[in-house]
Write a protein that binds this ligand. Sequence first.
Ligand code: 13P
Ligand code: SF4
Length: 337
Amino acid sequence: MTIVNRLSVAQENLEQTGYLDLAIDPTVDLFDAISRLKKEKNAVILAHYYQDADIQDIADYIGDSLGLSQQAASTSADIILFAGVHFMAETAKILSPQKKVLLPDLKAGCSLADSCPPTEFAAFVAQHPGHKVISYINCTAEIKALSDIICTSSNAVAIVESLPADQPIIFAPDRNLGRYVAQQTGRELVLWNGTCMVHEIFSEERIVRLLHRHPEAELIAHPECEPAVLKHAHFVGSTTALLKYSARSNCQSFIVATETGILHQMQKVSPGKTFIPAPPNNTCACNDCPHMKRNTLEKIYLALEYELPELVMDETLRLKARKGIDRMLDISAALGL
Ligand code: 13P
Ligand code: SF4
């Protein structure tokens, strides 16, 4: 059964309880109601930059995957509501097992995490004896349990460089981030062939055309993008790194090759600057992540009110998955990341 199917079964169980059909009084101010529930229940909302603007605005912390994991590990709240996707809520539970972790929609999966099924990955690892396994945090707890160290897009280069130069390494599941890290470190990495549905969709041709039409603009891109896009980028980095770069750069105009949710923070931090979403290779809004966008203010309100859906995890799996995340957090702290 695939991860999405497994999640669907869990969600259907929840739907059978009628929970998701609960009508919300349309006169309720969801911003006020969510703030009240947060205080009453000592809950914290951690949101990824790819969430809708309203969700970012009610969050207690907005960040990239590294920042969100650091917050999940250190918060004193009793409840963590994760406005993100399933692997992020799993990471929060792995780091803070004593806390209740809520994910407003259990179907908020991830195409990249789904591209790396645990049985196939275990066989792939077995075919490469002597290799250390570094996995991008965008994977399931089962893949984390099969890994030596976890990384995010903001520390992947440093994590690879933390291993001796002659240490053979498997890098999973994102082949584009893996290629980018191999290029930055000069290391040969054995790559798992996974991709993110949002970042593989950008059109090199249309981006080049846009750069010609806006010669004053810089292309800034997430390392999950294809190499054909990254080679045109003036700056490559995680969502937090892209946000910080756009704020400190003297440039006034940016073409942004990542999920569109980040544009809300970019615009807030640099109100005078122009941010243009990089075009996908067709006409749909494919650079919106359909998984991230499953979360809504209504679902967040219901999740806090009823403390459902809760992310639960088998303790043996949690302990196995935790080792690689702890190593990542230790290395990041030592490097001041
Ligand atoms: P970061 O926020 O760590 O850059 O990750 C991007 C992403 O794809 C999250 O799903
Ligand atoms: Fe997964 Fe890509 Fe969506 Fe991030 S943007 S959650 S990697 S599908």
